[in-house]
Each structure stands twice: as structure tokens, then as C-alpha cells.
Design a protein around this ligand. Structure first.
Ligand SMILES: *Cc1c(COP(=O)(O)O)cnc(C)c1O
Length: 383
């Protein structure tokens, strides 16, 4: 039995006819950028997120960059985020011209620790940028409180959390702006790049609309310095087919996660992802942790921590694909050395980086594939 870490072909097969019809509709109309499909999808996605407005852009990275720029955050400003994220989060902060500042994570949720975020605030801080990692919401209430007390914006990186909730509300619509990616592997993915920024503030929505298209209020009238970051009609039409299926797919992800949880309970040295009591997790990734006693500090280029690698090698031998999200805290990667941070800056995130492994989990895994993952993990632990 072969269980690739991810395989999108089953999802393509399940939606092919409807997607084909949507593509044909766009081709027949002959309108390919910022047209009726994007507008309809923006309304549908805003309603889904519980935000008043949604603005389609070219990627999740761009959604984050334009969100910061819409809040007038740029050169001279600092934005507090986590070191255990897709490099895109940090790239977006720097693309806006601001400086990323890293705060450590809560060891239970692996998301931004509100107390650490508050300690990282300086007179230059303008925003908090928590990441709802792996589909688990960050604990937003204490962060919103920190933001309010210090006069900061709160921008949600919800690129891994389409449909996750916090206190009964969907994430993305809770902070000032929520940012989503439609990269093909996300819980809601297009067949190319795409992104969305959602907000309930009409002034921010207007700024986002200007920034994504050359700052044009009307054609050839730039009222701010903008860029070109547009969602295209083909992606929007495809995403409109898939949005109504998202909740069902997320429920299937949760059901598979529950099967893993039950099968792996009590394995000594294996920590399960768990779910915070404050919200519904949508398992963009199912990430376990292999505990260790001694390990080298996680420095890029150095041999990875042995126990986790032995686990991965064992699963590879059983035909089960795994990945690590993410093996190196951003500030320990070569491109970010000049931020001046060294090992020890965020010890909780650094330790987690040596322990985490992502197991295959997507809505089109078959029962036999789920059983093969369980058997592979059990055999590593001698069960
Ligand atoms: C995927 C992702 C992004 C970036 O999205 P792109 O559409 O690839 O630019 C940003 N943040 C996180 C946490 C992500 O997982």
C-alpha cells in the first residue's frame, strides 16, 4: 500500500465535471481578470468568513502584504509574528517594507503566545500577525486585548485555516483583516495561485481594492501607489465550485484525525495534535511530535534530530509519505541571518521544530490508506 503525503488527483476527479463547466463559462464570456466570477466569489467567501468584505488577490503572500499596506504599515514599523510558519508570512511583512519581530509560541497549540507577543512590543510595533497554524486557531481573545491596549492592528494569517473557528466564529473575520491562500494544497485550493483578504471595515476594504489594481479609483486615475495583484476569473470560477464542498471536506479531515487520535492514543513518546477548547480545528495538517531527551539545536545545514528522522525513515519504508512543517525557524535560515537572531531566541518554537512530523491527511484518503498509516506508525512503536 502506497500513501503519498498528498495527492490532488482524487479531488480533481470528484469535481471535474463542475470545474470543467465553470471553466467553459469563463471561456465563453471572454472576460478573464476581475470580472463577474471574482465579484461573486468575493461575496460568497465574505459570507462564509463572516466578514463584510472580501478582496481577491493573486496569492496568500499578497493578501498579507496588501493587508499590512492597507493599514499603512511599512518602513520603520515592526510586525510581531511567529518563527514557525511558512516563509511567506515573513516575506509578506518585508514586502510591505516593515520589519518582522518574532515572538515564541504556546507549546500546546504551537501558535503565537499572547504573553510573548506582548513582551515583544516596542514603540515601533504596529501590528500583531498570528498564524492559525495547521488549521488550529490562535487564541485570539488575549491577542485582541493586547492589540487594543497597545493600539495595534491584528491581521490573521488564515492561509492554513479556511473554515476553522474561534469561539463559534470563523477565523479570518475576527481581526482587522484576515488573509487566505488558495494555493492548490490548501483546504480550499485553486488550480494555480490565488488569495483573499477579508475585513468588516469598509475603509480597509476600499484600500485593499485600490492597492491590488495600480491604486486606480477609476481607470488611469491612481489615487494611491498600488500594484498588480488580482485573482483571475478562471481561479475564481473553480473556487466557486469548491467553496460549497469545503465544510464537508473539513468534516472528513476531522473524522480521519479522530481515527488517528484513537489509534495513536497511549503510544509512548508520541504527542498528538489535540484541539484547543476554544475553537474547531480543520486539520490542514495532522502534525505529531516525537519526544526526545537529547538533541542538537536546530541549525540549518546540521543533521536533523535523529528520533524524528528514524520515524520518518520507517514510514517511508512502509510506503507512507511524511513532511515536516517546518524544520527550521525562519530566523535560523540563511536568508534571515541578518535579522540578528540566533539559536535560543524562541526556545519553544526551536524545540518543536526538531519534534514535528506531518502525516498524510486529506479528504480523499481511502480507508485502506488510513489503515496503512496507522499500521506504519504502530510498527515503529513495536505494536
Ligand atoms: C500558504 C501559506 C501562505 C502563503 O500563501 P501563498 O498563496 O502560497 O502565497 C502564507 N502563510 C501561511 C501560513 C501559509 O501556509
Amino acid at each position: 500500500m502506497n500513501v503519498p503525503f498528498l495527492d490532488l488527483t482524487a479531488e480533481v476527479a470528484a469535481t471535474r465535471d463542475a470545474v470543467q463547466a465553470a471553466i467553459d463559462r469563463v471561456l465563453t464570456r471572454g472576460w478573464f481578470v476581475l470580472g463577474p466570477e471574482v465579484e461573486a466569489f468575493e461575496h460568497e467567501f465574505a459570507a462564509y468568513s463572516g466578514a463584510a468584505h472580501a478582496v481577491g488577490v493573486a496569492s496568500g503572500t499578497d493578501a498579507l502584504t496588501l493587508a499590512l499596506r492597507a493599514c499603512d504599515i511599512g518602513p520603520g514599523d515592526e510586525v510581531i509574528t511567529v518563527p514557525n510558519t511558512a516563509v511567506a508570512t515573513v516575506a509578506a511583512i518585508e514586502l510591505a517594507g516593515a520589519r518582522p519581530v518574532f515572538a515564541d509560541i504556546d507549546p500546546a497549540t504551537m501558535n503565537l503566545d499572547p504573553a510573548a507577543a506582548e513582551r515583544a512590543i516596542t514603540p515601533r510595533t504596529q501590528a500583531l500577525l498570528p498564524v492559525h497554524l495547521y488549521g488550529q486557531s490562535t487564541d485570539l481573545a488575549p491577542l485582541l486585548d493586547v492589540a487594543r491596549r497597545h493600539g495595534l492592528r491584528l491581521i490573521e494569517d488564515a492561509c492554513q485555516a479556511h473554515g476553522a473557528s474561534y469561539g463559534g466564529r470563523r477565523v479570518g473575520g475576527i481581526g482587522d483583516i484576515g488573509c487566505f491562500s488558495f494555493y492548490p494544497t490548501k483546504n480550499l485550493g485553486g488550480y494555480g495561485d490565488g488569495g483573499m483578504a477579508v475585513t468588516s471595515d469598509p475603509a480597509l476594504a476600499e484600500r485593499l481594492r485600490l492597492l491590488r489594481a495600480y491604486g486606480w479609483k477609476e481607470r488611469d486615475r491612481s489615487v494611491v501607489r498600488g500594484t498588480n495583484s488580482r485573482l483571475d476569473e478562471l481561479q475564481a470560477a473553480i473556487l466557486r465550485v469548491k467553496l460549497p464542498l469545503l465544510d464537508g471536506w473539513n468534516a472528513t479531515r476531522r473524522a480521519i484525525a479522530a481515527r488517528y487520535d484513537a489509534a495513536f492514543a497511549g503510544l509512548d513518546g508520541l504527542r498528538l495534535p489535540g484541539e484547543a477548547a476554544y475553537g474547531t480545528r480543520i486539520y490542514h495538517l495532522y502534525v505529531v511530535r516525537l519526544s526526545n531527551t537529547a538533541r542538537p539545536e536546530p541549525v540549518e545545514g546540521r543533521a536533523p534530530e535523529p528520533h524524528r528522522e528514524a520515524f520518518r525513515a520507517h514510514l517511508t519504508g512502509q510506503g507512507v509519505g511524511t513532511l515536516v512543517h517546518y524544520p527550521f525557524p525562519i530566523y535560523l535560515q540563511d536568508a534571515y541571518r541578518d535579522l540578528g537572531l540566533t539559536a535560543g531566541a524562541c526556545p519553544v518554537a526551536e524545540q518543536a521544530a526538531t519534534e514535528i512530523v506531518s502525516l498524510p491527511l486529506h479528504p480523499h484518503l481511502t480507508d485502506t490508506q488510513v489503515e496503512a498509516v496507522v499500521a506504519g506508525v504502530h510498527s515503529f512503536f513495536g505494536r
